[in-house]
Design a protein around this ligand. Structure first.
Ligand code: BGP
Length: 477
């Protein structure tokens, strides 16, 4: 028993994304999206960084998003399991290309609109609030091929019309929205975050920060439209968060760690405070970056800030300026962190740092003074099914328990948190590796890395644990 319960109405639940769960990649009139071009292995990384060979899937390659876990056809069965755990919220994303197959069609695709309407109805029928991300790592391929994706200002207006369409259609059903998933990921995995493909010799920073400006303007326009169309809704941003520690007390290390954090805070400073921070302007100047803006952009950003700060937290990061220390970079971490000698790592090299969760939540709240929403957290691990068909994922329970305890501490520190949707409550395709065996779920899905399996769902030990956490509103972790 903890001596603390979470606030009344706390939104316990889980988070998934269209491209990692739905499958049915060309069904129901959906167009191709960037993620449908991501295979597994090294090629996936190369493309994620912006080296794309083809705008259509290549014969004989395996693309995990094409079937994913077939949530498109099985969502009722899956929602019944979430409801059995007592979920109050499910974070999903809408695939832009289900609504506008090319991203900028004259008319929306009714079948796509209907799919999400049915999905939201099913959630609401089960007492589960839909929390909807408008863009979770997928851009319609047509927009990449024709316009160069977010490097082009035109995307702003296409996104605005997508935003207006979905707000109008779902205004009575969806009250929690988020614009771009992990918006700062654009800097690290530019194809994943913004559909960016680079030509030889291009100034990548120039393109990335111009694309960032476009997404920030699009996000502000979405906030504006959401407030107009659904006045009782809340719309947030979404940051891949995780505090950066200095490796030593050397002021150079401290400053460098602060600078690394600002690389990410930059986005939220604009989305939440409504203006480009001084350190960003200096960075643009020092690096000779010229960000093209239109008249009215700065006012728009200022007048349309987000209602809450959505964030994912998996790990903290560590920074150093010492070339010797820099030889020990962690693997599997796109933020360029070095090894922290005080922390354990997951099988994929992500540090495990529950206290870092409390630190990160406090840092964000101190900085923005707006409610936070923890929309991703969890442990990616390999699960074994016993001959009896059971999955004893005590390591996952241990990870989550410690993180929830620290989240409770943060709340007692005075941090306002609306809810907690752990990542991948049902196993799904990993965004970074495309693997199935990197599992986060309370529900196991019978499918392997090569795409074999029955797709059958099974409850893991953590299913019953999380159910009790929710039933006791966090009093029993
Ligand atoms: C975040 C993404 C998710 C999700 C998660 C876990 O970056 O928003 O889409 O996948 O990380 O990462 P992975 O799937 O690579 O383990």
């Amino acid at each position: 028993m903890t001596n603390f319960t979470f606030p009344e109405g706390f939104l316990w639940g889980g988070a998934i994304a269209a491209n990692q769960a739905e499958g049915a990649y060309l069904e129901g009139g959906k167009g191709l999206t960037t993620v449908d071009l991501l295979p597994t292995g090294k090629k996936r990384w190369d493309i994620a960084m912006g080296k794309l060979e083809s705008f259509t899937p290549i014969e004989g390659e395996f693309y995990p998003s094409h079937e994913a876990i077939d949530f498109y056809h099985r969502y009722k069965e899956d929602i019944a399991l979430f409801a059995e755990m007592g979920f109050k919220a499910l974070r999903v994303s809408i695939s832009w290309a289900r609504i506008f197959p090319n991203g900028n069609d004259d008319k929306p695709n009714e079948e796509g609109l209907q799919f999400y309407e049915d999905l939201f109805d099913e959630l609401l029928k089960n007492g589960i609030q839909p929390v909807v991300t408008m863009a979770h790592f997928d851009v319609p391929v047509h927009l990449v091929e024709t316009y160069g994706s977010w490097r082009n200002r035109k995307l702003v207006q296409f996104f605005e019309s997508y935003a207006q369409t979905i707000f109008t259609r779902y205004k009575d059903k969806v009250k929690y929205w988020m614009t771009f998933n992990e918006i700062n990921m654009l800097l690290h995995l530019p194809f994943v975050g913004a559909g960016l493909v680079f030509k030889e010799g291009e100034d990548k920073n120039q393109i990335k920060y111009q694309a960032a400006h476009h997404q920030l303007v699009a996000s502000a326009l979405a906030v504006k439209a959401c407030h107009e169309i659904i006045p009782d809704a809340k719309i947030g941003c979404m940051l891949a968060a995780g505090a950066t520690y200095p490796y030593t007390s050397n002021p150079d290390d401290y400053y460098h760690a602060m600078d690394k954090d600002r690389e990410s805070f930059f986005f939220i400073d604009v989305q939440s405070r409504g203006e480009y921070p001084g350190y960003a302007k200096r960075f643009f100047k020092d690096n000779d970056l010229k960000i093209e803006m239109e008249d009215g952009d700065l006012e728009l950003l200022k007048d349309n800030t987000v209602d809450y700060i959505g964030f994912s937290y998996y790990a903290s990061r560590t920074a150093s300026t010492d070339p010797e220390v820099l030889k020990h970079m962690t693997s599997g971490n796109v933020f360029g962190s070095i090894e922290n000698p005080y922390l354990e790592k997951s099988e994929w090299g992500w540090t495990i740092d529950p206290k870092g969760f409390r630190i990160t939540a406090n840092q964000l709240y101190d900085r923005y003074q707006k409610p936070l929403f923890v929309v991703e957290n969890g442990l990616g691990a390999v699960d074994e099914v016993t001959p009896e068909g059971e999955i004893h994922d005590d390591y996952r329970i241990d990870y989550l328990k410690k993180h929830l305890a620290e989240m409770g501490e943060a709340i007692q520190d005075g941090v306002e948190i609306l809810g907690y949707t752990s990542w991948g409550p049902i196993d799904l395709v990993s965004a970074s590796t495309g693997e199935m065996k990197k599992r986060y779920g309370y529900i196991y899905v019978d499918k392997d890395n090569e795409g074999n399996g029955t797709l059958e769902r099974k409850k893991k030990k953590s299913f019953f644990w999380y159910k009790n956490v929710i039933a006791t509103n966090g009093a029993e972790l």
